[in-house]
Design a protein around this ligand. Structure first.
Ligand code: MN
Length: 321
């Protein structure tokens, strides 16, 4: 998905200084962002109070939306730089096309992982015909300096490892959880896992004390470390935890996001992650002039124009506003 916000805000984030080194319970409320005519997403990262969780730098939750008589998701070709995109669905499907020639339909509980490296462009759309409901999350992972210029590539994994406990099935999307490792390529120590809880479940999830974590609720009634987290909200948990207590009052769907605190300071604007204002400006120019980001074949419509850059120079700084 693209950041379709026409007043694309600039985010500067990363750096060790703002990581909470101890367990906390900080409830992040979403910002509602309109995507096109019919779709509204709930943006959890970047958030007013917090911009990253490990290398996770962008989290949108959308749906469930009834799109039976609607086009559904229609995100025209747009560029990315310096990040990976993770597509994760609970309902429906998304047709992915990119400038490498990839053409894939991502379905629920399959990993669509696009590594932009230095430059890629892609489009995402609800196929025709499509399922009635669309429900998912779109996430970005910042690439570390050593790998941010890797060759762009796209991975589609339909069979991800799971970890089970009574009332809990965890699907490992990225990184490793309790000995189960995702086949998706990760460039920093990171975890992304889908947590499916059944009504009445009480579970304790093993965590890495050196990671910072957050849990996004996608559906149902769940308590994370004793805090009720409503669908579309995210609880930031800090670091220093060896385990995480979970309870479900109904069937519930959560996402665990975590990782080693991202020490590099980054500049994030529109669909780009860079290290300086000049880099971002160059990427915007390259997209506008049709160089570097390649061509997406087969999308029925034009490409997404870049918004205007904010008038002030972008400087990298800390993780919390
Ligand atoms: Mn995108």
């Amino acid at each position: 998905m693209s950041n379709l916000d026409r007043q694309a805000a600039l985010s500067v984030c990363g750096g060790r200084g703002f990581v909470v080194g101890e367990p906390v319970r900080e409830l992040l409320t979403p910002r509602h962002v309109q995507l096109g005519e019919s779709t509204e997403v709930r943006r959890l990262l970047p958030n007013l109070g917090r911009r990253m969780v490990g290398a996770w730098a962008f989290v949108d939750h959308y749906g469930p939306d009834d799109i039976a008589d609607e086009p559904g998701m229609q995100v025209p070709p747009h560029p990315h730089m310096g990040l990976q995109t993770v597509s994760w669905l609970h309902d429906g499907e998304v047709l992915h096309r990119d400038s490498l020639g990839s053409l894939r339909t991502i379905r629920p509980r399959e990993l669509g992982l696009m590594t932009s490296g230095r430059a890629i462009s892609h489009s995402e759309e609800s196929p025709k015909p499509h399922a009635r409901f669309l429900h998912g999350a779109q996430l970005w992972v910042a690439l570390p300096d050593a790998h941010r210029n890797v060759e762009p590539h796209f991975q589609h994994h339909t069979d991800l490892p799971t970890v089970t406990a009574p009332g809990l099935e965890a699907t490992v999307i990225l990184g490793e959880l309790d000995g189960a490792r995702s086949p998706g390529t990760a460039y920093t120590p990171i975890i992304g896992a889908d947590l499916a809880l059944t009504a009445g479940a009480e579970a304790r999830l093993p965590l890495d004390p050196d990671f910072e974590y957050a849990v996004l609720s996608m559906s149902g009634e769940a308590e994370v470390d004793g805090v009720p987290v409503l669908p579309g909200s995210m609880l930031y948990l800090g670091c220093g935890r060896a385990e995480l207590p979970l309870r479900a009052g109904s069937d519930a769907g959560l996402m665990l996001l975590g990782g080693e605190p991202f020490e590099e300071e980054i500049v994030m604007w529109w669909n780009f992650v860079g290290r300086s204002h000049e880099e971002i400006e160059q990427a915007r120019t390259d997209w506008t002039t049709g160089t570097r980001f390649g061509e997406v074949e087969g999308y029925d419509g034009g490409r997404l124009p870049a918004p205007a850059l904010p008038p002030v120079a972008l400087k990298p700084r800390g993780r919390v506003r």
